[in-house]
Design a protein around this ligand. Structure first.
Ligand code: GAL
Length: 639
């Protein structure tokens, strides 16, 4: 795995560039990403291109032997462009155009902006395509960051209507699919269809789902316009940097148009900002949740054609979470090694140097704003030294896959049917439990190939692809479905017949927080929460609710779990299912995680105390570290 950094030559006097490049090389950095926010310096007014400074910066970096990822600058359209073409702006849900003054203020559907995006992409591309130092291209920056996938502009409304017409062909088909007879909402014409914001109460769920699909498709097609232009001129790799905990567009689809999928990993920012409990936030305040980065590494590997990496790695405290603690010394290095363990080909720190001005002045870099080496820089160098020892790492194919689906997330957000229901959380709880069992897990889409997996777990999958069961049978993969699986059609209706023929849903209920159901399995008592499917009695009931009805059913091809298990039951349940597939499991301490490649096993300590590895690493040959794993440290042994 190579190390990189994100660099903004436009923020610093030219005299600093050479020293910066030399120190990057010294630190073990081989790749630099530049240019993603530089539009106002590249083109200060229409067609008045100023390339000299950028030519020089590229020259300095290339002369030091660095490889460059050049970006299209479309995430930050400059003021003159907004003033010239105000219809490029995105609109908020209450129908107001966004203001200039931060970033990502464009609307994906604005044809005016599409033309500008193609124009600037061509311009940057033509200028630098022949430069051998530029070995890859990044499109835009973090599509959707700051909740910008959806726009409610006049352009978006027209484009949505056209998208619907292309999908349904006639308005009658749309009316039937959406069930618009309900509440007298039938349409006579695609031109009548508006956004679902500002309705009095809940809007039609299929309408909302289609708006989400449309908005996602707009991101994919915006990106595709840029990748098409780039590919016309060069065979260099194309990437885009996606985000953590972000599901507003279908990342599997985006990945299909990229050569390398990269993502931006900020374990502490997300720990503090997201939905973990206060106790978890305190416990892992300085390390991030031990499964946060891993989950996204595994997810984005699935959203790629096999090549992926980290474009932005947290280097120290960030500025954007509600609270921004410093990572425990060692974590900045550990995070990079963890990316390598999951098969990343690239891990790049954001940013080289802390900016003394503007919005992100409180965000750390590998150097501080006065150009002193920061803790992040010390650790990047240390990570480089370990990577040198490791050489090339071949990925390991996991035996267990976890099925993650963007449409499932959208559908459940639209009709959660209970405040406790949370799609990402249930997926995460399964993932964490599998990892505590010492397993490496692959995340896959429900449409992906299953060959090679003994077990594929869908914590919940409302819409089941028609071919899923037959593909699993062919691949010899046992399927496991969690609650609510198979309960919706792609049109957001209840199917006449469940795709799981052995499971007969009678009704479901959601439960308020604190309300727990008692479960009996193997003469042991456990608990479940949040959701219950009432399903009919059948042959192989392995666990029952207190009232005697089935809670977990096994069939030859798949298992069905009718509720959301509490941790203790989830562990016992998964252990049983994994044992049946002859998959060996451990139970790791809370702060320890393992991940293997073909040739090595990595152990990561996310806690504040030493961990004795003797139980998990008996008579092993250490490549790095030893049996006593200090906080924020990594041990690596031969597999
Ligand atoms: C990312 C973004 C960067 C920078 C960084 C700060 O979301 O791509 O430009 O803002 O966060 O952590």
């Amino acid at each position: 795995m190579k190390l990189g950094t994100c660099y903004y030559p436009e923020h610093w006097p030219q005299e600093m560039w050479e020293g910066d490049a030399a120190r990057m090389v010294e630190m073990g950095i081989t790749h630099v990403r530049i240019g993603e926010f530089a539009w106002s310096r590249i083109e200060p007014s229409r067609d008045n291109f100023k390339w000299d400074w950028l030519d020089k910066a590229i020259d300095v970096l290339a002369s030091a032997g660095l490889q460059i990822t050049m970006s299209t600058p479309t995430a930050t359209p400059p003021k003159w462009l907004v003033d010239e073409t105000p219809d490029m702006l995105a609109y908020t849900a209450d129908g107001q155009p966004r203001r200039f003054g931060s970033r990502r203020h464009y609307c994906f559907s604005s044809q005016t902006y599409r033309a500008e995006s193609r124009r600037i992409t061509e311009a940057v591309l033509k200028r630098y395509v022949a430069n051998p130092a530029i070995t890859s291209w990044q499109t835009d920056n973090e599509y959707g960051c700051h909740d910008t996938v959806e726009s409610y502009s006049p352009w978006a409304e027209k484009a949505f209507q056209k998208w619907l017409e292309a999908k349904y062909k006639t308005i009658g088909v749309l009316n039937a699919a959406w069930g618009t007879v309900f509440w007298s909402q039938e349409y006579q014409d695609f031109g009548q269809i508006q956004f679902t914001d500002r309705t009095v109460t809940e809007a039609n769920p299929a309408h909302r789902l289609d708006f989400q699909r449309f908005s996602s498709d707009q991101v994919i097609s915006f990106n595709k316009e840029q990748t098409d232009i780039i590919r016309e001129h060069t065979k260099a790799d194309i990437t885009h940097n996606v985000m953590g905990h972000f599901t507003a567009f279908d990342h599997y689809k985006l990945g299909a148009d990229l050569d390398i999928t990269t993502w931006d990993s900020y374990p502490l920012g997300f720990m503090d900002q997201e939905w973990w409990t206060d106790a978890q936030k305190l416990r892992w305040m300085r390390s991030g949740h031990p499964d946060f980065a891993a989950f996204h590494h595994d997810l984005y590997r699935a959203c790629s054609k096999g090549r992926w990496g980290v474009m932005e790695q947290q280097p120290g405290p960030v500025n954007w979470a509600p609270n921004n603690p410093a990572p425990r010394d060692g974590m900045v290095g550990l995070w990079a090694l963890e990316a390598a363990a999951h098969g990343a080909e690239y891990c790049s720190y954001f940013r080289w140097r802390q900016a003394p001005f503007a919005q992100e002045q409180n965000h750390a870099g590998l150097y501080d704003s006065n150009n002193h080496l920061a803790q992040g820089g010390v650790e990047a160098k240390a990570a480089h030294e370990v990577l040198e020892k490791l050489g090339e790492l071949k990925p390991h194919r996991a035996e267990v896959a976890l099925i993650f689906d963007y449409e499932a997330k959208w559908m459940f957000d639209i009709q959660p049917q209970g405040t406790g229901w949370h799609y990402e959380k249930i997926c995460f709880e399964f993932y964490t439990t599998l990892r505590r069992m010492g397993l490496s897990v692959d995340i896959i889409s429900p449409h992906q190939e299953l060959t090679g997996y003994n077990l594929a777990i869908a914590p919940s999958l409302p819409v089941m692809p028609i071919t899923l069961l037959s593909r699993a049978k062919q691949a010899g993969t046992k399927l496991f479905f969690g609650p609510r699986s198979g309960t919706k059609t792609a049109d957001y209706q209840i199917p006449e017949q469940s795709p799981l023929s052995a499971i007969h849903h009678r009704r479901s209920e959601s439960l308020r927080e604190g309300s727990l159901l008692e479960i009996e399995m193997d003469e042991q008592f456990y608990r479940s929460k949040i959701w219950r499917d009432f399903i009919d009695e059948s042959e192989n009931v392995k666990a029952r609710f207190e009232d005697g009805l089935p809670a977990f059913v096994e069939t030859e091809d798949y298992d069905y779990l009718a509720t959301w298990p509490e941790p203790k039951w989830l562990r016992a349940l998964l252990r049983q299912v994994l044992n049946q597939q002859n998959i060996e499991t451990f139970w790791l301490p809370k702060d320890l995680r393992l991940r293997r490649t073909d040739s090595a096993v990595f152990a990561f300590n996310y806690g504040a105390n030493d961990i004795d590895l003797s139980r998990f690493a008996k008579s092993v040959d250490f490549i790095h570290g030893d049996h006593i794993l200090a906080p924020a440290r990594t041990a690596i042994w031969k597999a």
